[in-house]
Design a protein around this ligand. Structure first.
Ligand code: NAD
Length: 360
């Protein structure tokens, strides 16, 4: 029997979720969105038979559902995930996992109580580069990663003005919580060590400057709220002695959009990077996956060649979720890791607000 799944949220990511679920053999039986017209349009586009404008009604009307995927504005991630877990469904939720560590802790507890799988779409872990790098790390080729630098720097990438992305109450914050992918990927490579302290600064420059708008995102809302940061920079220490610096922005004067994790291990250093094209989405993006080592007394740089993945792991990540439910793959992420990540994000916002380091 194929896994039966429903998608909640008719936004752009639904296409990747649908493709990944189907590639793994799942059946997408329903789509729910509070906007009935958007739900109908997306369901028709993706060939999904049943449409709902109310999630509770869908959970009642489709009892055979095994799982849901949640692709809605950040504020609704935790409430919808809780609702689905309570109804006995497995959950695959878009990033960020929740608005705060407190919400994430409640989600983790609910998943354990319901004995259901709870995973998040940290799709960058599912990129071919990340899988390749994790093989080297697992084989011991890298040694202990002492430190790493996680970056997602956008020159002009504000995802719309005044909509939910720029309203802290709806999004949880700006690029720090939105572009948390590289912090997560760095932690993944490092073995998700337990964080000790974080020190961070956020910057609001140009957050309302239309010249810094991204080529995608959601429509502007004329009298909407814009109360989030445009950039965040910080440093995290871990109880293991490891450390990480991070830089994330929607609007910073950088050469081009850089999405990367660089690390320094005791046996080898490494890099996984995408340099986007001039408009953020064009075909001139450059991907790199490299290892730096000392072999036979000589310094060696190696390029690891992997298939190009324009989707940045978004399809593969959805495939992983279904295979986890079927028991044929290990989960790419766990609720414990999501909680650790949310503690770092919370701590970074607190540090930026107080101007002091925060113990985690
Ligand atoms: N992993 C990635 O690469 C990636 C990329 C883009 C967006 N995202 C995430 O996807 C999520 C959605 O982003 P988006 O850009 O599609 O947003 P969006 O605003 O375009 O679409 C969200 C949809 O959710 C619906 N919705 C809102 N509240 C709802 C509720 N309570 N119940 C059901 N439906 C509801 C809206 O009507 C809308 O159709 C966000 O959490 C975002 O962080 C992830």
């Amino acid at each position: 029997m194929p896994i039966k799944i429903a998608i909640i949220g008719a936004g752009g990511m639904a296409a990747y979720h649908a493709k990944g679920f189907r590639e793994a053999g799942a059946e997408i039986v329903a789509l729910a969105d509070v906007n009935q017209a958007a739900a109908e349009k997306a369901a028709a586009k993706h060939g999904i038979p049943r449409v709902f404008s109310d999630v509770a009604e869908m959970l009642r009307a489709v009892p055979e559902l095994d799982a849901v995927s949640i692709i809605v504005p950040n504020k609704f991630h935790a409430p919808l995930a809780l609702q689905a877990l309570k109804a006995g469904k497995h959950v695959f939720c878009e990033k960020p996992p929740a608005l705060s560590a407190k919400e994430m802790a409640a989600l983790k507890a609910a998943g354990e109580k319901a004995k259901r799988t709870l995973m998040f779409n940290f799709n960058n872990r599912a990129r071919p580069e990340s899988y390749a790098m994790m093989e080297y790390i697992a084989q011991g080729a890298v040694g202990t990663i002492n430190t790493c630098q996680a970056k997602w720097i956008r020159r002009a990438g504000i995802p719309g003005f005044g909509g939910w992305f720029t309203t802290k109450a709806l999004s949880g914050g700006g690029p720090l919580i939105d572009l948390l992918h590289m912090i997560d990927l760095g932690l993944h490579f490092m073995g998700y060590p337990e964080p000790a302290h974080v020190l961070a600064r956020t910057y609001k420059d140009n957050i309302d400057n239309k010249a810094f708008k991204g080529p995608w995102g959601i429509p502007d809302v004329a009298k909407g709220v814009t109360d989030v940061e445009a950039a965040a920079h910080g440093f995290v220490t871990f109880k293991t002695g490891q450390s990480m610096s991070f830089a994330v922005s929607w609007a910073e004067l950088n050469h081009r959009e850089e999405v990367s994790v660089t690390f320094q291990g005791t046996k080898a250093g490494g890099l996984v990077r995408r340099l986007f094209g001039t408009d953020g989405i064009d075909a001139t993006a450059l991907d790199a996956c490299q290892l730096y080592s000392l072999e036979n007394g000589r310094h060696v740089n190696r390029d690891i060649i992997v298939p190009a993945d324009e989707t940045m792991g978004r399809v593969r990540s959805a495939t992983n979720f279904i295979r986890v439910l079927e028991g044929t793959e290990k989960p790419l992420n766990t609720p414990d890791q999501a909680l650790s990540l949310m503690k770092i994000i919370d701590g970074a916002y607190k540090s930026a607000a107080t101007g002091k380091p925060v113990a985690l």
